[in-house]
Design a protein around this ligand. Sequence first.
Ligand code: ADP
Ligand code: MG
Length: 609
Amino acid sequence: MSDIIHLLPDAIANQIAAGEVIQRPASAVKELMENAIDAGSTSISLIVRDAGKTLIQVVDNGCGMSETDARMSFERHATSKIRTIDDLFAIRTMGFRGEALASIAAVAQVELKTKKTEEEIGTQLIVEGSEVKLQEPCQTPSGTNLSIKNLFYNVPARRNFLRSNPVEMRHIIEEFQRIALAHPDIFFSLVHNDMEIFHLKPGKLRQRITSIFGTSYNERLVPVDEQTGVVKILGYIGKPDFARKTRGEQYFFVNGRFIRNNYLSHAVFVNFEDLIPDGSYPFFVLFIDIEPATIDINVHPTKQEIKFEDEKLVYGFVRAAVRHALAKYSVTPTIDFEQEQALNELQAQGFLKTPPPAAPVALETERSQGGFAPRYETRQSKNWEQLYEVAARKENAEAATASIFMADVGEEDPEVEKTQTEPIQIHNRFILSQIKSGFIVIDQQAAHERILYEKYLRALNRHTPGSQKQLFPKSVSFSPDDAVMLKQILPEINALGFDVQEFGNDAFVVHGLPSDIAISEGDEQAMLEQVLENYKNNLAVLKLDKRDGLARSLAQQASIKSGRQLTVKEMKALIDELFACEQPYIAPNKRNTFLTFDFDELEKRFAQK
Ligand code: ADP
Ligand code: MG
């Protein structure tokens, strides 16, 4: 038998590779623009015709290529960006696989004009279907000017597969925007069929965002800026009021590279969950900088997916950073000294005289240099303690808010002395609790509603409620419409720890109640009526889903109310549980659960004459 295995000719191998890297005009746009960025350009112009189907041209003012390099750049696995396998794990450039130009040249007619700054004369090259048609010296400005004509001209199956011009153009604009967002310091323009669609002057990220999405975005942006020894995050999140119904305006860049990662998007989203309506998504443009050795970008040819060595660590970090940003910009708890009624009350009572406790200071950055101990259960009942402890070593208000962040990443340091004092209740309504940077004032009812709400939601989602059997089953009856409603939500009600069963007509029998609800026997009827009432109100106003509405309603009903006196033990438990919440800052009805008062601010106020 004769041998049947043979090597594929380059042209065919490249066409196959092109199938992976170049799926549509937008993929070619991405590759060319990234090359221009890697070349150190400060100005990049994209020109397309017919949504890129007939022409995609990128003109840059980067380093350009020598004659030999220009010829080499179309060879497969030809790259100037890595040399050894070790380089692969220290990537700071966009490209490195050395297959984009080879792939593109296999499926299109490509014309390249390029000149290195220091050279007098440039090179022109024409390649069609991997075949070099022309190579000669030419007059051209420094930089690179690369045109792709008639993409997929020799692969009809692919060309037919392309979508309508508006669809392909949308993909191109998406790629263009991502790259432009990632490099605000570079000038970009996009011209489609002789019309300039974008003209983006170099500037700061905020300017870049507003010139892409519109000036109205300027007031919507909340800065995010956080750093530890291992990761850094920088960028903007949109204020909750401006959340949109589309997931589209969410951008993550890892080491300057746009990536899709639902897990990380979730880390942002959880902070907004209670601040924005269901089915809407917050805007964000976030840059994560991380040691290249701790990520793997070579999981997919388009490099839009990456693997993190420790994804949980990054998740916790992103989540905490966004939470911190929201808190700091008063989107969640407000620190408004002018209008804060509660503070005036406190001042009147002399509470603000407490001198700041002195404690040795170790800087957070020093501590995190060795990498923070990653422990990221979503719920950590001891979170708040760390807030207090870590806070106890901070000198200023800034550091104290950062400590909320520290608490979130679950850092523990047993050497820290406790400087925590006992909480104080005032007006049977607020709990005053000392932190190093000042103190917080907790609204006991709002806080407890938050705690119960999360607890009930978990119970509903898990269906493992704690129910306490009634010694004597109690029968209750309702108005016909309440009865109908109760029947509709009976499974959920029971998932919350009730044990209620239908008993014909509009009557029910209560066999058990949630174990954490303190009601006296005989109050079952009133209790259930109130829950139904809250539920109806919540439904009318909020259009919640059944479970959410129910968890809210029961939380409202069962929470500790304003006016109830609490023991120190109860207060401590409340604080503990509050800071173990997913979203401790606001009650389900969006009221703040606590406010922070910093010494810095207080000192400023006292200094005012
Ligand atoms: P990669 O970007 O992965 O290295 P490409 O096929 O995209 O592979 O490009 C091959 C090589 O061609 C690059 O490594 C670079 O040296 C050179 N090159 C491509 N585009 C440009 C450009 N716009 N300016 C300067 N050099 C470029
Ligand atoms: Mg490239």
